[in-house]
Design a protein around this ligand. Structure first.
Ligand SMILES: [Zn+2]
Ligand SMILES: [Zn+2]
Length: 228
């Protein structure tokens, strides 16, 4: 697989600008192989996101040459409730669960990174800010993917994230966290985001192409064929 895989984007079912269907169409136009649509979710809107986004994903995937993964981004949920929230999503068949990590530009509750990594239900810890060595080690142990983000603000700590994840052996991914059409990445831009964050040249293809395949295998194993 040599096309872009982007596992973190938003539609207007949370704070993105586009209908899921338009977001997917624009990803096809950008030559994406895979797009995950992961709208911000807490327990208040979880069911409506799952129901609404899933329909467009199913239809788009049937007619267009792209793999579409409906997911969620658990966002500003109390750290103590993240495992239950993720378990609820998994119970409804959500195959891609992202947690909105401890970015330094928002007051995310300290302990959110740790709760996500230890929940056993989370696939990607997004923009984790000052990821600790202990959490990076646990992420490696639990198979949680750590995000290097193209999103401004959240990306301020990308260098720390890369250093901690790589020294612990945790898998990295580069995601756009798109909220608007202009945020979707070209392959070249995605590569530059990774290299700019300090991913070594001899490791960048692993992050861009091999790690997404590992995540796709994990998603295939955990998701169901239809939502409940
Ligand atoms: Zn986020
Ligand atoms: Zn996001």
């Amino acid at each position: 697989m040599r096309k872009i895989c982007d596992f973190h984007t938003h539609s207007f079912f949370s704070d993105g600008e586009l209908l899921p269907s338009e977001l997917i169409r624009r990803a096809v136009d950008k030559d994406y192989a895979v797009i995950g649509i992961t709208d911000h979710a807490g327990m208040s809107n979880m069911d409506s996101i799952i129901d609404n986004v899933y329909r467009d994903c199913q239809i788009a995937e049937k007619y267009w040459d792209i793999k579409v993964i409906p997911g969620i981004e658990i966002t500003h949920v109390p750290a103590g409730y993240i495992a239950q929230c993720a378990a609820y999503a998994r119970g409804r068949g959500v195959g891609l669960i992202v947690v909105h990590g401890e970015t330094i530009v928002e007051p995310v509750e300290p302990g959110t990174n740790h709760a996500a990594i230890c929940s056993g239900m989370v696939d990607i810890l997004a923009h984790p800010g000052f990821l600790s060595q202990e959490d990076a080690r646990l992420a490696a142990e639990n198979g949680v993917f750590i995000e290097v983000t193209a999103r401004s603000g959240h990306s301020l700590t990308n260098a720390v994230v890369v250093q901690q994840a790589m020294s612990a052996g945790a898998h990295l991914l580069i995601n756009s966290d798109s909220h608007a059409p202009r945020d979707l990445m070209s392959k070249d831009f995605s590569r530059r985001v990774g290299l700019g964050a300090g991913i070594p040249l001899d490791h960048i293809d692993t992050v861009l192409f091999k790690n997404p395949e590992l995540l796709l295998q994990r998603i295939a194993a955990s998701s169901r064929t239809s939502f409940k």
